[in-house]
Design a protein around this ligand. Structure first.
Ligand code: FBP
Length: 553
């Protein structure tokens, strides 16, 4: 492998552990807190998880290590989308495991959860692990989106564990993967397999958080990467003074990423999907809202600006999600063949016009033709429109253009409007982890092993007090059942970890709300610059504005 100078330098970085884990394995004691109950639907969750429900929160502290001294064989899985720091979770886990007993073994299942079912694995050693320390990506073993959720899969997983003598599995994933980790933990306990299951909170989307999990790993680095790019665009924009930039940022559903970038960069506009839904805003209203800022800035001679759009926004526009449902219905089953057999767009348009309700057609009709066609091209394996593939940055650039044309005709707007569109997503998911993510992830992995060593099952590795220096971080674990409630998914009531959306009464949104009118009209840009790995702590080790605001900083 050819190594960049930065990669070589990052190999030498020693991630910072919480103070309580720094004294060596022999001095890590455990303290159990109160018994826990689930976030909601306590009776139902207790009934579904009789072996893993109600366990206590645990915290590690300096003291005599009293864990059992059996040999551990641990399997690790990376699940879902990449998030910077995954390699450090694995290296932290490996280091704690080897520091406890040189004979302990860490097995990596390749390509995500399917690796466990297919028994596709590698056994880690020092040389292999060392190549991945403090690097981005999930290429150490690869990731995948197969879900481990059926009884059949659990049976196979048990067999694979038996074959390798596995004593514990660590699943590094988001809310769904950790929900499944919890179900697997219950299965393993109910069937007395002796296999423990521990989860680690991952996702750049930042939507796996709650009163116990302050932040999912990867969010810090990904948002810093996007903020660097947005800041650069703001500076270019303020230099050339000729474009409105529409920038879509990743985050499948929640708008945490967009909001954090807005707090970092102070663009003119940032849409927040959760607010769009709460206010039942239509596409036309959103376009008017942006056009108002364009018009006001034009009146000051500023025919430029930056608009940040969360990836999932269209799904939160009530009229648009109604349109999507109708389109899914219109093309359900064999009806799609009849549609696809039509040759020209005019014929297809007539088919659509006939099939959609008047309300849905009104929404469809205002969309640019490219977006209309995307709605009929991209289907997921279940035959649904893939909303995340809709180029909403282009959609809003065009809708605002239409509004401005009308305003020009009415004589209220006399500015110039030229646009550039961007999508920042994959470029943030595998960046070298920031010092925060490098430290946090290493701690999560190290801590996950301590939970295993102390015999816990169905726990999420938890490191908290994160807006303070690492020395003051608190390491421990939380039963996953504590984060659960019952939700309706695919027509069934399911126990799931509650997905965290942006809270409109939360401090990060409130701060944004209090400043956005000023940012819309003024040029208040902030340029965060590239992630810094070396230098003063206040530049290199700071975490997100979201976390700081949430923790009252
Ligand atoms: P996870 O929830 O698995 O962490 O993935 C998040 C994400 O990066 C979203 O932001 C994005 O919408 C999606 O994955 C993209 O998925 P894919 O990599 O399959 O294109």
């Amino acid at each position: 492998m050819n190594l960049s100078p930065l990669q070589k330098a990052r190999y030498e970085y020693s991630p910072k552990l919480p103070g309580m884990l720094r004294n060596g394995i022999a001095e890590i004691a455990v303290k159990e807190g109160e018994k826990t109950t689930s976030a909601a639907d306590q009776e139902k969750i207790a009934e579904l998880f009789p072996n893993t429900y109600g366990e206590p929160e645990v915290t590690f502290e300096k003291g005599q290590n009293t864990s059992a001294s059996k040999k551990q064989v641990v399997g690790v899985i990376l699940s879902g989308g990449q998030a910077p720091g995954g390699h450090n979770v694995v290296s932290g886990l490996y280091d704690a495991l080897k520091a406890t007993n040189k004979e302990n073994v860490l097995i990596g299942f390749k390509g995500g959860p399917s690796g466990l079912i297919e028994d596709n694995f590698i056994v880690f050693d020092d040389a292999y692990i060392n190549e991945y320390r403090n690097t981005g990506g999930f290429d150490i073993i690869g990731s995948g989106r197969t879900k481990l959720e059926t009884e059949e899969q659990f049976k196979i997983a048990t067999e694979v564990c038996k074959k390798h003598g596995i004593t514990a599995i660590v699943i590094i994933g988001g809310d769904d993967s950790n929900t499944n980790a919890c179900v697997l933990a219950e299965y393993m306990a109910a069937h007395k397999t002796g296999v423990q299951v521990i989860g680690c909170p991952k996702t750049i989307d930042g939507d796996l958080k709650n009163e116990d999990i302050e932040i999912s790993f990867g969010f810090d680095t990904a948002t810093k990467t996007y903020s660097e790019l947005i800041g650069n665009i703001e500076r270019d924009c303020n230099s050339a003074k000729k474009y409105w930039h529409f920038i879509k940022v990743m985050g499948r559903s929640a708008s945490h990423v967009a909001l954090e970038c807005a707090l970092e960069c102070q663009p003119n506009i940032c849409l927040i999907s959760e607010e769009v839904k709460a206010k039942k805003q239509s596409l036309s209203e959103i376009a008017d809202y942006i056009a108002d800022a364009v018009e006001k800035r034009a009146a000051d001679g500023n025919n430029f600006g930056v608009v940040v759009i969360p990836e999932g926004v269209v799904e939160f526009v009530p009229e648009f999600s109604a349109l999507i449902s109708e389109i899914n219905e219109l093309l359900a089953g064999s009806k799609a063949d009849a549609f696809n057999a039509l040759e020209s767009w005019a014929e297809k348009y007539a088919f659509i016009e006939k099939g959609l309700s008047k309300e849905a057609m009104e929404v469809f009709a205002i969309l640019p033709q490219a977006i209309q066609q995307q709605l009929f091209l991209e289907r997921d394996p279940h035959g649904n429109v893939q909303v995340s593939l809709i180029e909403s940055e282009k959609l809003f650039a065009a809708l605002v253009g239409d509004k401005l044309k009308a305003r020009k005709a009415a004589g209220t707007y006399t500015g110039k409007y030229a646009t550039q569109t961007h999508f920042f997503g994959y470029e943030g998911r595998c960046a070298f982890p920031s010092n925060f993510d490098a430290d946090y992830c290493y701690s999560l992995g190290y801590n996950a092993f301590m939970l295993i060593q102390y015999g816990y099952n169905g726990y999420l590795s938890k490191v908290s007090n994160l807006s303070r220096p690492a020395e003051e971080w608190v390491a421990g674990g939380m039963p996953i059942t504590k984060m659960m409630n019952i939700e309706r998914r695919h027509g069934e009531d399911k126990p799931v970890i509650k997905k965290a959306l942006v809270e409109l009464d939360g401090k990060p949104f409130k701060y944004f709300e209090a400043h956005r009118d000023e940012w819309a009209v003024e040029t208040s840009y902030v340029f965060p610059g590239a992630i810094q790995y070396y230098g003063p702590t206040e530049v290199c080790d700071i975490t997100t504005r979201t976390l700081a605001l949430e923790q009252g900083k």
